[in-house]
Design a protein around this ligand. Sequence first.
Ligand SMILES: [Fe+2]
Ligand SMILES: [Fe+2]
Length: 426
Amino acid sequence: MKDDRPFLVSSSEANASDQSSVESTWRNVVKRRTFLHGLGAATAALPATALFAAERDPDRDNHGLTRGDAAILRLAAAIELIEADLWQQYNELGGAVDHNDNPNPGNPSYTAALANLDSDMPQYISDNTDDEISHAAFLNAYLESKGEEPVSFKAFQTIPPTKATGANQNLARITNLRALNVDTSWYFRYRSTTNPDLGAQFPQLLDIKKQPAIPISDTDTDPNALVPLLQSLPITDPKARRMQAIANTAGLHFAFIEQGGSSLYPILALKATSLEVLRILLSIGGVEIDHFSLWHDKGGNAIAQPLAGPNGLTDPETGLTFPDFNNPANQHNAKLSATDQAAGSQMFQTNLILPEPAQFLSQDLPPVSIIRPTLTRNGGAVATIQAFIADNLFFGQKDPRFLETVFRLAREADAARRDSDAEDGN
Ligand SMILES: [Fe+2]
Ligand SMILES: [Fe+2]
């Protein structure tokens, strides 16, 4: 596929663990921002918050939010708008109901393939979508109630929707789910006793590069050729296998997205000054962890019997294979650390979905079951945006001001520090 991303760094450049790529992205962003300052007409289209936030009074505003707290909430609102945009696409195609709880016809074949992971998947997708919409709406309303500008990405809804049956053809998007690079290293991270905040690194479970997580057209996958339910496995029809592979990619992508939020919110919470802002971050962050746990379970069904079958399930178009990782013959990954290799089948077992106790704070302390990472450099705002770029989530977004805006919001949130002198009493 032709690389058509003039304003995005490539996935290899955007590796979140590669600090030099973060810095080079930033140099480009700063260069473009300087350029845009000279363009009155161009900047007129920017969301108000993108233009004026930097000029705010450095002290607490009249309504009680510190600059740091406002920056944290703006970034959270931005992340939630991104989440809501992608989840709405999943819901249109594979959700049980629309935002008003009306039955959603969607893409029947895609919905059936998702239901092969778990018969309740379509309902879970609808509920997760509603959660993200509510997170974004609440954060923006709270910002406004404190005299702050809400965050809007309407100007950046420039990516055409998929033509496949089910998608709203009248709504351009800010995210693209048709050529994803799904980072599956979280799978090992949560089974390992080591912790990225103490230097641990994890390989990919599966090599999911430029794969669709939603149907890309009705020619590619027939919306009405229902994928057989689990009772009629194995899936023999090539088009149905293709659709199942797309649904499997989605299942693992759901967990990737939500593990990111699971780390981001505690990281933001550590920087909050107001107890009310802290309460918001802990309360929304807890739901992100709830989402992650759910999708960790469902994603695991894509790489287990009976769906994976004795030889796994292979996409006939791309060759991507989802093996049964409970089969010892498939439990090998030479790139695992010696510690993780020694852990054996624990690193692969698909129903091991709760966090394995891991190192935390110091290797001298006993292992403990925790969310990880929780250091800014590993899972903070900039790291999260870099992970989205590496995911190819913004493929096709041609307006450079989108990334400039989200990176500026991310950098401001990462720079926020708890101000013990400004604590409120609520
Ligand atoms: Fe959310
Ligand atoms: Fe979420």
